[in-house]
Ligand binder design. Structure first.
Ligand code: 5GP
Length: 202
């Protein structure tokens, strides 16, 4: 694969608030970011849209892409729930002149960092605590208790990988975390962040 812009990875246990941070950063024009839409074999939740939140596909289709070596990275994040970044997705966004931002799991994030060490900023978002994570996942109430427990178990393992990332953001106060992430990405890309008037200072 040839390279283009930068790769900005946000990895964290599910429920840490990384999706909120990624969405916020996508709204900042000076960062020139585009979201890498992942492929997944999990079923669609709530208002999720095909091609916008994920490329939803059957497990057999996902496995065929693995065989064809179409993925930059892929993971069986939860049993029978595969997630992966298609090479074609990153190539497409780079061809548009964008920096690419990822909302992916810890193992996938580190794998991309290894493949593109010079172009990647890998950020780990730390939740306040495992108990707080449980509360957030339950509030979201899109999943069964069994699935939530699976996510919690995985979160404990993922927390231990934080030191392998370039940067860690503690998401104890969302406003502060957003500001910190904005500054961090702007510094890495080499642009001046245009903070909004009401954006909190870190
Ligand atoms: P969810 O089912 O909540 O959308 O995502 C579950 C987990 O899979 C999250 O931690 C999410 O970041 C991760 N994930 C989403 N896309 C990818 C991907 O392309 N590769 C990897 N390795 N993980 C992903």
């Amino acid at each position: 694969m040839s390279t283009g812009g930068k790769l900005i990875i946000f990895s964290a246990p599910s429920g840490s608030g990384k999706t909120t941070i990624v969405r916020y950063l996508l709204e900042q024009p000076e960062l020139n970011l585009a979201f890498s839409v992942s492929a997944t074999s999990r079923s669609r939740r709530g208002k999720e849209k095909q091609g916008e939140h994920y490329y939803f596909m059957k497990l057999s289709e996902f496995k065929q892409h693995i065989k064809n070596d179409d993925f930059l990275e892929w993971e069986e994040v939860y049993r029978d729930n595969f997630y992966g970044t298609l090479k074609s997705e990153v190539e497409r966004l780079w061809a548009e002149g964008k920096n690419v931002i990822f909302d992916i799991d810890v193992a996938g994030g580190l794998r991309i960092k290894k493949k593109f060490p010079k172009e990647t900023l890998a950020v780990f978002v730390k939740p306040p605590s495992i108990d707080e994570l449980k509360i957030r996942l339950k509030k979201r109430s899109t999943e069964s208790d069994e699935k939530i427990n699976m996510r919690i178990a995985k979160a404990s393992v993922e927390l231990a990988t934080a030191p392998q990332f370039d940067k860690v953001i503690k998401n104890y106060d969302l406003e502060k975390a957003l500001h910190e992430a904005h500054q961090m990405v702007a510094d890495y890309i080499g642009v001046v962040p245009s903070f909004k008037k009401n954006e909190p200072k870190s």
